[in-house]
Design a protein around this ligand. Structure first.
Ligand code: TXA
Ligand code: MG
Length: 328
């Protein structure tokens, strides 16, 4: 398929592709999304094919107005509304009872729909011009890290979609926080840049009550939780203390290191590719791009520093854990 590259000053052209039932890759503040009209079941089915995504893993529906919220959700509880008012537009998805307008393919047959109002200006323009909510998973091939810049999005989706909107790098770099209300109780299904601590403060609940534990049996609340995610080609190993790096000095693979500035031991092997970050926010922002860069540089092993599990560190640790195939 021929893929049109659309510059960000020609958003109406991308909106027309959405209205015609096409697939458009577009920037958001979290990661690039792979979008189609949320009310067009045929177009939404094509999202699953383009990504190689299992059809039991539902999509997030993006909106850009309170009216659109009512078009996709049938009910918004007071707690959900408090969170929406506190964090939208922004990197938060809310799982709400679905409006019958939303086709079953979008929600994988679930009675609920995940909804997000992104803050990225290009995403908002696209939504308003298209005039329909846009269903969009991250624009990666299923299982791979999400694209956080135009080049990554292009390399994942060229030839698989009608258009790619060329926007800025994602400011946040990790997927949105997902909050659901199973049995009426707020639970964070996926940590993100809206932190557990911030959500707890808005809802006046104990932060410890929020993280969702995947049940060992039965269907998890979020089908996506059971799939491997965010994995680069290279093996990923995690470390907390710089001294742990010594264990890899004799390894003969090409090694990449992701580390916070000031946390590197002296005399590490000169062949290692080291990426240093000023703080955890920039670590989050460039995590997936670093995975991509290290794969391109044919690294066989990535050694990634594990953050403390609070604030945005919780989201980084969650993605690193999945990339390394470990519970952290
Ligand atoms: O930041 C983001 O959320 C990005 C951008 C493009 O907005 N999108 C994104 O979509 O990360 P995706 O498809 O890669 O992740 C969506 C997650 C999946 O784990 C899915 O299982 C979960 O949301 N999800 C979607 N609908 C759900 C629902 N009704 N109930 C529970 N989980 C749901
Ligand atoms: Mg994804």
């Amino acid at each position: 398929m021929k893929t049109l590259i659309i510059p960000s000053d020609q958003i109406p052209e991308a909106a027309a592709v959405i209205r015609r039932g096409g697939l458009v890759v577009f920037p958001t503040e979290t990661v690039y999304g792979l979008g189609a009209s949320a009310f067009n079941p045929v177009a939404c089915t094509r999202i699953f094919t383009a990504k190689g995504r299992p059809s039991d893993n539902p999509l997030i529906v993006h909106i850009a107005s309170w009216e659109q919220l009512d078009e996709v959700a049938s009910e918004v509880s007071p707690e959900a509304r408090q969170l929406a008012q506190a964090f939208w537009p922004g990197p938060l998805s809310l799982v709400l009872p679905k409006n019958p307008n939303v086709p079953d393919i979008v929600t994988a047959g679930l009675p609920t729909v995940a909804v997000r109002w992104p803050s990225n200006a290009d995403a908002q323009k696209l939504l308003l011009e298209a005039g329909v909510p846009i269903a969009a998973p991250s624009a990666n091939v299923s299982g791979a890290p999400s694209p956080t810049n135009f080049e990554m999005a292009k390399s994942a989706m060229l030839g698989r979609v009608e258009a790619i909107l060329q926007g800025d790098d994602a400011e946040i770099g990790l997927e949105s926080t997902i909050v659901a209300f199973p049995g009426g109780v707020p639970k964070v299904l996926r940590p993100g840049a809206v932190t557990v601590e911030q959500i707890a403060a808005v809802l006046s609940v104990d932060p410890e009550s929020l993280p969702y534990q995947v049940p060992s049996e039965g269907r998890p609340v979020s089908p996506g939780l059971k799939y491997t995610h965010y994995k680069p080609e290279a093996e990923v190993q995690l470390f907390s203390q710089s001294a742990e790096l010594l264990a890899w000095y004799q390894d003969d693979r090409k090694i990449g290191v992701l580390v916070l500035e000031g946390n590197l031991p002296e005399n590490i092997p000169s062949a290692w590719e080291v990426l240093k970050f000023a703080d955890w926010e920039s670590y989050a922002k460039y995590l997936y791009a670093s995975f991509h860069e290290m794969d391109e540089a044919c690294c066989g092993l990535i050694l990634a520093q594990l953050p403390p599990a609070n604030g945005v560190g919780r989201a980084i640790a969650n993605r690193l854990g999945k990339a390394a195939g470990k519970a952290v």
